[in-house]
Design a protein around this ligand. Structure first.
Ligand code: SAM
Length: 242
C-alpha cells in the first residue's frame, strides 16, 4: 500500500524533522526570487541564504542513491546552480521551452520569458537511473523539453499560478526512482509531485506553507487515489497540520 503525506508548514522548519537518508528522490519547485507573491517565509534580499539552508537539509535527507531535480527560472538559474553544485554533484541542466506562453504584459520593457530550467543533481555516483529511451523514446530523453505550460484552462489545470505539467514530473520520477520509493516535494503547491508519485506507484511527502494549496493538493491526490487501478490496494493520504 502506498502512503502520501501532505504537511502544512515551512520547508525550512519541516526538513530538519526528517530522518537522515530517508528520501529516495526530491523534485522541488521553490518560489522564484523574482516572484515576491510566492515568497511567504523569506525576504527577497535573504533569498539565497534561505535557499542554501534548505538545500543542505535536502542533501542530508536524500539517501546515497538519491537525486534532486530543482526548477529554476532563467534569471535564478546561474546563482541557483552555483549554490546547488557546491552541495550536490551536477548531472544536467534541462531546458524547458513553453510554446504556449504568451506576452500578457504588452507594456513590459524586457524580453518575455518562454523558457525555464530544471537542474538535475545527485548525492553520489551510485544514483538510480532507469533508462528513459526504452519508454519515452530518443526525443524525450534529451536535455531539452518542449511542453506547454499549465494554465487554469489546461486539461489538468487547477488554481495555482505556477503549476507544473505532470508529464515532466512523471518522466523525472521514472528516470530517478523505483516502485515504492519515497519522493519529496517541500514546495508542494498544487500537489503535482504527489499526484505523479501516485500514478507511478511511489510514496510521497509534500510540504506547503499555504493551507489553500495543501487542500488543493489533498483534493487532487484524493481524486487520483480514487481511480486506483484494479488489483492494487488503495493508497493512504495523511494530512498533517491542517
Ligand atoms: C513554484 S510553486 C510550486 C508549484 C508546484 N510545483 C505545482 O506544480 O503546483 C512554490 C510553492 O511553494 C510554496 N512556498 C513558498 N514558501 C514556502 C516555504 N517556506 N515552505 C513551503 N512552501 C513554500 C508557495 O506557496 C507555492 O505554492
Amino acid at each position: 500500500m502506498l502512503r502520501h503525506k501532505i504537511i502544512l508548514g515551512r520547508a525550512e522548519d519541516m526538513l530538519p524533522t526528517f530522518g537522515d537518508e530517508s528520501i529516495d528522490l526530491a523534485i522541488l519547485d521553490p518560489p522564484y526570487k523574482e516572484m515576491e507573491e510566492e515568497l511567504h517565509s523569506v525576504k527577497n534580499e535573504n533569498y539565497w541564504e534561505w535557499y542554501e539552508g534548505w538545500l543542505k537539509e535536502v542533501y542530508r535527507v536524500l539517501n546515497e542513491r538519491g537525486s534532486l531535480y530543482v526548477f529554476m527560472s532563467q534569471m535564478n538559474m546561474p546563482m541557483a546552480h552555483l549554490i546547488t553544485s557546491k552541495i550536490f554533484i551536477e548531472k544536467q541542466i534541462i531546458g524547458w521551452y513553453k510554446p504556449n506562453v504568451m506576452i500578457r504584459v504588452p507594456q513590459l520593457r524586457n524580453y518575455f520569458p518562454k523558457m525555464e530550467y530544471i537542474g538535475f543533481y545527485v548525492k553520489t555516483e551510485k544514483y538510480k537511473w532507469n533508462r528513459l529511451i526504452k519508454v519515452f523514446g530518443i526525443k524525450e530523453s534529451c536535455n531539452f523539453i518542449i511542453e506547454p505550460a499549465i494554465y487554469l484552462n489546461s486539461k489538468e489545470g487547477v488554481e495555482h499560478r505556477t503549476q507544473k505539467p505532470l508529464k515532466i514530473i512523471e518522466k523525472f520520477i521514472y528516470a530517478s526512482s523505483d516502485k515504492d520509493d519515497l519522493i519529496l516535494d517541500c514546495f508542494l503547491g498544487s500537489g503535482t509531485v504527489s499526484v505523479g508519485s501516485e500514478r507511478m506507484n511511489r510514496n510521497s511527502i509534500g510540504v506547503e506553507i499555504k493551507k489553500k494549496y495543501c487542500d488543493m493538493s489533498f483534493n487532487r491526490l484524493k481524486e487520483e487515489v480514487n481511480q486506483t487501478k484494479i488489483g492494487r490496494e488503495q493508497s493512504v493520504i495523511e494530512r498533517v497540520g491542517f
